[in-house]
Design a protein around this ligand. Structure first.
Ligand code: UDP
Length: 325
């Protein structure tokens, strides 16, 4: 397996995977409509600016490139927006996945890695969460990804020679240690990014959404994974499929979490800025704790994290934030 087609390779996670693929000597082709991605984030291979809704361009591109495997990132990811505009999510995340799978089936491309999310679990009953926990998403974003996973499972059962890995991401954060790429969204809502932008003065204060959760300090706990470790999980998944691995679903996290207050403390230490923090009411749809059991990924693929260190995660994100200006 040498030639990898990456949808959404100009986005935050996609660009770190494209970087890692390039470093490992793969031929990479990125297909991205640049709706939220950035041309300069694609560090290796060619970028085709295209939409997954453009079936003709997609098929032409695939025919010319003849990939051995496809990694599919292109999707919308904002939970709140998915609640107010659900059809946008089902169209872009579910229907476009179906269109892509149709094109791959026509061309006999049978190896597929899918960006999924811990949001498919909704509010899990047991922590850490294993892959066989019930799927009960509480917003259209999670549902759109769950439906795509179902498409993949059914297709894989029906079609010999089609195998996929769905990676369920927990809280992805941090940036390239060489500070070339990082998260670059217009209205970032994620905790670490918001905290750093507050330290930079972009926002007057950081709100903590809920201090009355049943956790040690009352704030929500999340499993923060460095984006380069997540990128490495994709390469491990490729190796797994290349080695004859059958379709599988893997959680991607470190297996332990930090509270919102702990993250805020690290952000203050790293930036040296004692920014204003306000205790606010709960945000709708936040589970109290979300921590991955990633034992299956480790055992089946040999993946082992290199950056299980909140300080490193926040430091790399901070360097990148400063570069964004
Ligand atoms: N959070 C917060 N203030 C913010 C952004 C997030 O208190 O400005 C909290 C949020 O309620 C959740 C945790 O931080 O408990 C992680 O939220 P994030 O949006 O980063 O990721 P999610 O877990 O929702 O995917």
């Amino acid at each position: 397996m040498k030639r990898i087609f990456v949808t959404g390779g100009a986005g935050y996670i996609g660009s770190h995977v494209v970087k890692a693929l390039g470093e490992r000597g793969y031929d990479v082709l990125t297909y991205d409509n640049l709706s939220t991605g950035h041309r300069e984030a694609v560090l290796h291979g060619e970028l085709i600016i295209g939409d997954l809704e453009d079936g003709a361009l997609l098929r032409r591109t695939l025919e010319q490139f003849r990939p051995d495997a496809v990694i599919h990132f292109a999707a919308h990811i904002e939970v709140a927006e998915s609640v107010s505009n659900p059809l946008k999510y089902y169209r872009n995340n579910t229907l476009n996945a179906l269109n892509l799978l149709d094109a791959l089936r026509e061309q006999g491309i049978g190896r597929f890695i899918f960006s999924s999310t811990a949001a498919v679990y909704g509010i899990p009953e047991h922590i850490p969460v294993t892959e066989d926990a019930p799927l009960a998403p509480i917003n259209p974003y999670g549902a759109s990804k769950m439906m795509s996973e179902r498409l993949l499972a059914d297709l894989s059962a029906a079609q010999d020679g089609f195998d996929y890995v769905a990676l369920r991401y927990f809280n992805v954060a941090g940036a390239d240690a060489q500070n070339r790429i990082g998260q670059n969204y217009r209205n970032a809502t994620h905790l670490i990014t918001r905290a750093l932008k507050t330290a930079k003065g972009e926002y007057p204060k950081l709100q903590i959404f809920g201090c009355d959760y049943p956790t040690d300090d009352g704030t929500c706990i999340r499993d923060y994974i460095h984006v380069d470790d997540l990128a490495a999980a994709h390469l491990a998944a490729l190796d797994y499929l290349a080695g004859g691995g059958t379709s599988a679903i893997f959680n991607c996290g470190y297996g332990h979490g930090y509270s919102v207050r702990e993250v805020v403390d690290v952000a203050k230490q790293v930036t040296g800025v004692d920014f204003t923090v306000e205790e606010a009411s709960r945000r709708a749809g936040d589970p109290p704790a979300l921590v991955a059991d990633s034992g299956k990924l480790r055992e089946r693929t040999g993946w082992a994290p290199q950056h299980d260190d909140l300080d490193f995660i926040v430091r790399t994100a901070w360097e990148w934030e400063k570069r964004l200006g």
